[in-house]
Design a protein around this ligand. Sequence first.
Ligand SMILES: Cc1cc2nc3c(=O)[nH]c(=O)nc-3n(C[C@H](O)[C@H](O)[C@H](O)COP(=O)(O)OP(=O)(O)OC[C@H]3O[C@@H](n4cnc5c(N)ncnc54)[C@H](O)[C@@H]3O)c2cc1C
Length: 367
Amino acid sequence: MFDIHNPTTDHHDMRDLTIIGGGPTGIFAAFQCGMNNISCRIVESMAQLGGQLAALYPEKHIYDVAGFPEVPAIDLVESLWKQAERYNPDVVLGETVTKYTKLDDGTFETRTDAGNVYRSKALLIAAGLGAFEPRKLPQLGNIDHLVGSSVFYAVRSVSDFKDKHVVIVGGGDSALDWTVGLMKTAASVTLVHRGHEFQGHGKTAHEVEMAREAGTIAVHLETEVRRIEESSGELCRLYLRSSSGEESCLDADRLLILIGFKSNLGPLAGWDLELCDNALVVDTHMKTSVDGLYAAGDIAHYPGKLKIIQTGLSEATMAVRHSLSYIKPGEKIRNVFSSVKMAKEKKAAEANNAAEGASKASENKAE
Ligand SMILES: Cc1cc2nc3c(=O)[nH]c(=O)nc-3n(C[C@H](O)[C@H](O)[C@H](O)COP(=O)(O)OP(=O)(O)OC[C@H]3O[C@@H](n4cnc5c(N)ncnc54)[C@H](O)[C@@H]3O)c2cc1C
């Protein structure tokens, strides 16, 4: 995944707009904020940007986004981010917005499951199908107390797996990628998949197969993790069962569960906003039933709505543009063309550079 350069040190400063959701709609909304000279912050529940494209179909190719005859989903996310990045939007990853409050002065507070509160003049919900959360293994019961120490649903830092005996569960792209990705760092890697073949990308599946043949990793197909054993609050052993009923156990100190995501409208559904078909009803300005609160992308509903990427990008543009009248009341809202704005900015930067160069030259001359 590409790096996110996030220059903001204090997330708690007031922003013009808080964008809930970092899917294609949310990322493009951040670009539009820059275009319209307002500040923003994206809050995303996943550890990465990209929404459904990153979580559900990163390797699939997309053919119906204007200007891209064919593009892998994850590359489209990266391009969207590159476009937004020029305005350095503030990005908060791994936090789910659980509550919003509209204050008496008309500004908004959004509260996340991490206990953080983010303040902004207006709010844009670009939450798609809802917050993505990792699928769990119900047969293991409640293992939340081990999450982040010996059980993981995503790799945040490879160092968590350094010199450890790692068991990876899953057969899709993420499981295969990390089987290959952790081979050199971990003491051992064992891949456990309940299917009889991998669903992941052919090239990586081939690499996994080669590593298995070379004895670098172990692979158990048609097998499930049935139970885990702990010692002093740490994972120490896993019990496996194959589809033919064969039982085995292996010592392990890290369990990485990569079996996909499920989305959950969760707290959004109880937010006292008008809903239709599990989406927020908006008017022609992308405004919800609350002044200053806008919605765009898959989460927004109006008659004739199409839930596709291109619609979300257009709605993000409209929502940000119309939010200006709430964020800057009384100010004349002008239509902004990127071709004109960027040309002006380029010209101003060139004039600035020339002026700086001239002043340096005259300083040198004086010396
Ligand atoms: C398999 C598949 C293939 C597809 N193929 C195409 C295609 O070829 N062309 C096309 O145009 N469309 C396609 N789509 C549809 C397209 O992916 C969606 O229309 C698009 O992702 C919507 O973007 P979004 O940003 O509105 O929502 P999403 O992509 O769903 O992103 C929303 C983000 O908000 C986050 N979020 C939600 N709630 C919260 C919260 N409370 N706090 C913090 N974060 C939150 C979520 O974690 C998520 O990352 C496809 C969809 C699927 C499932």
